[in-house]
Design a protein around this ligand. Structure first.
Ligand SMILES: NC(=O)c1ccc[n+]([C@@H]2O[C@H](COP(=O)([O-])OP(=O)(O)OC[C@H]3O[C@@H](n4cnc5c(N)ncnc54)[C@H](OP(=O)(O)O)[C@@H]3O)[C@@H](O)[C@H]2O)c1
Length: 325
């Protein structure tokens, strides 16, 4: 028997319960991994509340790092004893040990700790595919502006550093003065306090009227219109999350100025092993070189997953959060 955190039904953080489960042997294409750290992500909140529906009972969690304990038939890129980390479907990383598909699991270099591995995979792969694969027409050149919401969050702090490394100028939004300081420390060039400042006016002022060629918006409902209004003609609206709630249906006539809009997902970007290797290789390189530092600001025991969820959903966290089995 081993410990896992599961829900029996969608609802509040109190639905998360530590339970005993049995874990068997990996089948073809699977591995068994013993976690040293588990990553917490906002998608876990959507899956817990039911914004994203899951069959019940459900074991949450899409990110983790640990040691491979057993390997099923046909798995060639991992062996027993390997250090490994992943961002992967299906959910289930909130546990000590699990059997899971091997295809999204990557080897973790010795120089990267398990905590960092668990904190960087889902958020770091996301920052990579956003800033390097989800681009406005003509791409992004050094000196171009981007608007990135929730700049002091898990994805946000990684994206700030990655954007800096690419030479683009980031305008980041945050919910408090403390978060503003943190975002600046990690490379955010211009910070907007979106609870008290008018985002569109501040973007106009910062860009001297030019507005931005791309907005990366994971806040959703509360920021959608300001994001659209901050774009220059032919600009790209990247709606990649819904922390404040889902964006209501949008009329195409709202995309004035020949705007483009996309709703990307990490899982589509890493669906093929070759894409995963390219994107994760880039992430590992950025973290190993120190160009991207993974800021882990919260650590909770796995048994305290409910508290971790409550804190993430109420905007109390900054940077990445890990659960420790
Ligand atoms: N599509 C994809 O492939 C993909 C992949 C990974 C993550 N995501 C999305 O990226 C976002 C960031 O993920 P994360 O795990 O790194 O979370 P996070 O950014 O650490 O936490 C979410 C942040 O959103 C901001 N926020 C604004 N309004 C909010 C509200 N009403 N309730 C809660 N938070 C609110 C808060 O920052 P402030 O206090 O500064 O406003 C909060 O800290 C999430 O929306 C997630 O779903 C999407």
């Amino acid at each position: 028997m081993t410990k896992a955190v599961r829900i029996e039904q969608h609802g509040g953080p109190e639905q998360l319960k530590l339970v005993d489960v049995t874990v068997g042997e990996p089948g073809p294409g699977e591995i068994r991994i013993r976690h040293h750290a588990v990553g917490l992500n906002f998608i876990d909140v959507y899956q817990r509340t039911g914004l994203y529906q899951l069959p019940m009972p459900a074991q949450l969690g899409m990110e983790g790092a640990g040691v491979v304990e057993a390997v099923g038939a046909g798995v060639t890129h991992l062996k027993v004893g390997d250090r490994a980390a992943y961002a992967s479907q299906p959910p289930g990383s909130y546990c000590e040990v699990r059997v899971m598909p091997a295809k999204c699991v990557c080897k973790l270099p010795d120089a990267i700790s398990f905590e960092t591995g668990a904190a960087m995979m889902l958020k770091g792969l996301t920052a990579q595919y956003l800033l390097k694969r989800t681009l406005p027409q003509g791409g992004l050149q050094a000196g171009d502006f981007v608007l990135f919401h929730a700049a002091a969050g898990g994805v946000g702090l990684i994206a700030m550093q990655w954007a800096k490394a690419l030479g683009v100028t980031v305008i980041g939004t945050v919910g408090s003065e403390d978060k503003a300081k943190l975002a600046r420390k990690y490379g955010c060039d211009h910070v907007i306090l979106y609870k008290s400042e008018n985002v569109v006016e501040r973007v106009r002022e910062i860009t001297k009227g030019a507005m931005v060629p791309v907005v990366y918006d994971s806040v959703g409902k509360d920021t959608f219109q300001a994001s659209i209004d901050s774009l220059q003609p032919f600009g790209l609206m990247v709606s990649f999350g819904n922390a404040s709630g889902p964006v209501p249906p949008v009329a195409l006539t709202a995309l004035k100025g020949s705007l483009y809009i996309t709703r990307p997902s990490l899982m589509a970007h890493i669906a093929s092993r070759s894409n995963l290797e390219e994107i994760s290789g880039d992430l590992i390189k950025m973290v190993s070189s120190g160009k991207v530092k993974i800021e882990i600001d919260q650590r909770y025991a796995l048994a305290d997953a409910a508290k971790a969820h409550a804190d993430l959903a109420s905007r109390k966290t900054t940077g990445s959060t890990v659960l420790l089995p």
